[in-house]
Design a protein around this ligand. Structure first.
Ligand code: ADP
Ligand code: MG
Ligand code: MG
Length: 502
């Protein structure tokens, strides 16, 4: 059953005139009057109230100084005001979510495609190669009626390059997609701020959002299908746990359903985990029904060879893995680029031209740097106009991409080397900058030109060939200072935000 919460554009009343970008940068975000934005006394008051509201609603993060302690905590970074998002594009992002769920699920079941798509990458990228190696090993031991749980987040920016707004996908995260918990809490904060600011009508336009419940629904269904009352859900977590409250919102939804949750690290699994003769996974004596990876997406997460062995053991087990190794690989940037090749989506949806069109409409230009004529042509294109592209390695977590002049130096150095196939090239999306105030723990409130990125959470469950759940379960708006080319909330660049539909 595909489901989406649609916002009716008819409900949205234009209150404030939209300022145009070129020539006169809008001082305020749409719908927030300029006078209010410039009223220093009011902003100061709102700042104080906003921080308290964030704390009261659990929009929390541990501090940099004590990332593993809940003794002293603070609010997670957030924008003082919500940011404008066009209703039509917002709805488009929600509506395509269930199609992306199906696409990723199909890609994960296509060994041929994954093998071909990643062939050049795994020759030069050690991390992807290690993941692929695990994939190959588990391919040797197919499981009948395996339960598959996908919890992903497809991220978009609104391209404004040709004066026309279009929703363009930045990437799709299939592992450890975060902020579903905290983004379930931020609507209440922005509603409150707008009310205090005297913008009651606007406060009512802040959408309800509850990815925590939707992600937990998927986890709970997977747990139930696994079929053992005693078994637990294991969150596989990092050793530095600043963002623990984001996890807790999802975790607590499971406890509310009387599903037990434990948090463990690779090291715990490696030291005290084993598979029994039926490949059931046990850690600290507890049977694991579902492994929910909130770690394991970057090389540094694997501190030793034992971490890799633990990943392999979990993948081989009959516990539900979220994601399993094939779904993890389906979320790589190289796969994203291969899916954008002409004709490829059609192979996954042979009888659904409509689905193909909807997915493809969100694709930005993506280019392979594989050895050969096409790759050479794409290299030359990037070297000629580096400001129009982003160069991406197969990494997650923000801060890994290459922009501008650095694209030239990196590409020049890799020109005739197969090393270049570790990267993909992508059109740089040009969103319209907007002003907002940024609230970040320990820093004075800052008024900045900002860019926003919309994430949409997808959840699906499959057993064998039967899809039992396929839903869009919420959204996340992140906003960053326009001077930052890269980086998310956890990377210390972006802040939590909410869309204010226009
Ligand atoms: P990661 O997996 O590390 O989050 P992303 O592809 O999401 O990698 O890139 C990180 C950030 O870089 C994004 O959040 C966005 O701010 C910026 N970015 C990535 N791709 C583009 C693009 N094509 N155009 C503009 N900005 C981009
Ligand atoms: Mg990512
Ligand atoms: Mg990203």
């Amino acid at each position: 059953v595909a489901k989406c919460h649609r916002m009716d554009p008819g409900k949205v009343i234009a209150t404030f005139k939209r300022s145009s970008l070129v020539g006169s940068m809008p001082m305020a975000t749409q719908r927030i009057p300029d006078e209010l934005f410039r009223n220093e006394k009011l902003i100061k008051e709102l700042e104080e109230i906003a921080k308290d509201s964030a704390l009261l609603h659990g929009v929390l993060m541990r501090t940099k100084e004590s990332p593993n302690s809940s003794e002293v905590v603070s609010y997670a970074p957030f924008t003082l005001f919500p940011s404008p998002v066009p209703t039509v594009l917002f709805n488009q992002a929600l509506e395509v979510a269930t199609h992306f769920n199906r696409l990723i699920d199909r890609v994960s079941q296509s060994p041929h495609f994954l093998e071909e798509a990643l062939a050049s990458t795994i020759k030069v990228d050690r991390f992807t190669a290690k993941l692929f190696n695990i994939y190959r090993q588990v391919q040797q031991e197919p499981q009948d009626m395996a339960i598959v749980l996908g919890l992903n987040r497809s991220d978009y920016m609104i391209d404004h390059a040709n004066g026309k707004e279009a929703l363009k996908q930045i990437e799709l995260n299939t592992i450890a997609a975060s902020f579903g918990g905290l983004s379930s809490q931020t609507p209440a904060v922005h509603r409150h701020i707008l009310k205090v600011a005297g913008l009651l009508k606007e406060s009512k336009l802040i959408l309800d959002n509850n990815p925590a419940a939707g992600l937990a629904k998927g986890l709970a269904m997977a747990w139930e299908l696994y079929g053992s009352e005693r078994a637990v859900v294991m969150f596989l977590v990092e050793d530095v746990q600043r963002n623990i409250y984001d996890h807790r919102f999802v975790e607590n939804e499971l406890w509310a359903r009387n599903i037990r949750v434990i948090r463990r690290q690779f090291e715990d699994v490696s030291r005290r985990g084993f598979l029994d003769q039926d490949k059931r996974l046990f850690v600290d004596g507890q049977e694991i029904a579902v492994v929910y990876f909130r770690n394991g997406y970057m090389p540094q997460n694997y501190k030793s060879e034992q971490s890799w062995e633990a990943r392999l053991m979990m993948e081989r087990s009959c516990a539900v893995k979220c994601p399993d190794i094939s779904t993890h690989l389906a979320g790589t940037k190289k796969v994203q680029q291969e899916l954008a090749r002409p004709g490829v989506l059609e192979t996954f949806f042979p009888d659904e031209p409509e689905t193909v069109a909807r997915i493809r409409a969100t694709f930005a230009g993506l280019y392979s740097l594989d050895m050969g004529e096409d790759g050479d042509k794409n290299m030359a294109m990037a070297l000629a106009k580096p400001d129009q592209y982003v160069l991406k390695p197969q990494r997650e977590g923000g801060g890994n991409n290459i922009y501008g002049d650095e694209i030239c130096s990196v590409l020049e150095s890799l020109k005739n080397s197969t090393e270049r196939t570790a990267y993909i090239l992508m059109d740089k999306i040009q969103p319209q900058p907007m002003y907002n105030y940024l609230c970040r723990e320990g820093e004075p409130l800052k008024l900045k030109r900002c860019l926003s990125e919309l994430g949409v959470f997808g959840a699906y469950v499959r057993r064998g060939t039967e899809v039992l759940m396929n839903e869009c379960v919420g959204h996340l708006l992140r906003t960053k200072g326009a001077e930052h080319a890269d980086g998310g909330v956890a990377a210390g660049v972006a802040l939590l935000d909410n869309p204010l539909l226009i």
